[in-house]
Design a protein around this ligand. Structure first.
Ligand SMILES: [Zn+2]
Length: 384
């Protein structure tokens, strides 16, 4: 058990229906419809403290807390607010009066080990060096290239191809690749330059200002586009465990955008043209919201952290903790079947706020109902 976490430490969110909250205070356990066996006992004092805390964080959620000195378009980017609001209502209705228990010791059990981070393609420090290993889905391709290496491997067709000496891939006059629906005049890759990897950054150490973010959950989602230099970050979203949008920004592209991958990213050439943030500014803004003890949550989070250039040791990946018989369920599938609402329905692309929130909710759901987690996590409530 971590010295930071005490068994029975609980943070809570109450999803109330009809604006009314009820609790069984005599039993000290909130009314719960989906909580698994062994709910954590807690005291009335703790309930009141957390209600106060919840109220404070609710009031915080109406404002974006982007740090000073950042670019101007800091307000959350609208996705499909009507759809999102509907999904939120469905979620809340289904989970009326359910107290979400952030049992610290439970959360600890879901955090990936160093071995898991390496196996799942997370940038990881081993013996003082950054390691970036291909996952089983990346078919053994090298993830890092050196200055004099102009070969790249396409992540769609797995062919090797060459780029110019400055790392740029010219558009081919003839189709060379396919996304399964249409022929493409370029390949795509997610490999990184060695010097980029060496410049990866860490969250700050715990200090007086950021101490409150220790052990907190943060949902992170990054949308990518394909450029002449390979995969590139187009949008960065960070949400808190109370679902406040802390950061949601579009990132400027420094190379020609071959494909904004609108169907997945929700980004278009027009939207990207309005971007005012650099990748480094977006990365610094993420790191400003957390510390080294914070817990980052996402689905396939390895690619988000790799693209952003962040190394973080305390991560929970919903694609890993919900792995079933060796298969990784999609975020969309998990959200529909476990949380009871649909996401990624929009043909104009995913909403990264929606995805980041879903990942946080799925971790909370896993803590409450571990029987749907991968087998190794199903005893989450035991031996605490
Ligand atoms: Zn290709």
């Amino acid at each position: 058990m971590s010295s930071v976490h005490r068994a029975g430490t609980i943070k809570e969110q109450i999803y109330s229906n009809n604006g009314k909250q009820t609790r069984d205070l005599q039993r000290g356990v909130p009314h719960a419809t989906t909580i698994d066996s062994n709910p954590i006992p807690f005291t009335l004092v703790f309930i009141l403290l957390n209600m106060l805390r919840q109220r404070n964080s609710d009031s915080d959620s109406s404002t974006s807390s982007i740090s000073n000195g950042s670019p101007t378009n800091s307000s959350p980017i609208a996705c499909d607010s009507a759809k999102e609001e509907f999904a939120r209502k469905v979620f809340c209705a289904r989970r009326a009066f359910v107290t979400v228990q952030f049992g610290g010791a439970y959360i600890e059990k879901l955090i990936l080990t160093t071995k898991q981070r390496l196996a799942n393609g997370f940038p990881t420090i081993v013996d003082g060096k950054v390691h970036l290993e291909p996952t089983e889905f990346q078919m053994g391709r090298m993830m890092v290239y050196t200055k004099r290496d102009f070969r790249r491997t396409c992540l769609r067709c797995n062919q090797n191809f060459k780029v110019s000496r400055d790392g740029i891939q010219p558009l081919s006059s003839a189709p060379v690749c396919s996304d399964g629906e249409k022929l493409l005049h370029f390949h795509v890759h997610d490999q990184l330059a060695l010097e980029t990897v060496r410049d990866f950054k860490f969250a700050p150490k715990v200090n007086k200002i950021n101490a409150h973010t220790s052990n907190e959950l943060f949902g992170l989602d990054v949308e990518m586009v394909f450029t002449a230099r390979g995969q590139s970050v187009g949008r960065v979203t960070l949400v808190s465990h109370t679902e406040a949008v802390l950061l949601d920004v579009l990132v400027q592209q420094t190379d020609d955008v071959f494909d904004p991958v609108t169907r997945y990213s929700g980004l278009t050439h027009e939207r990207l043209a309005r971007a005012t943030w650099t990748l480094d500014q977006a990365r610094r803004a993420v790191l400003n919201e957390i510390n080294e003890k914070s817990v980052l949550v996402g689905h396939g989070l390895n690619s988000d952290l790799k693209a952003l250039g962040i190394i973080h040791n305390r991560v929970i990946d919903t694609s890993v903790i919900y792995t079933n018989a060796g298969r990784r369920p999609s975020l969309r599938h998990l959200t529909e079947h476990l949380l009871g609402y649909k996401i990624q329905q929009n043909s104009s692309g995913h909403c990264s706020v929606e995805d980041a929130v879903a990942a946080v909710r799925l971790v909370i759901h896993g803590v409450n109902v571990p029987r749907f987690l991968a087998p190794e996590y199903q005893n989450l409530h035991m031996n605490i």
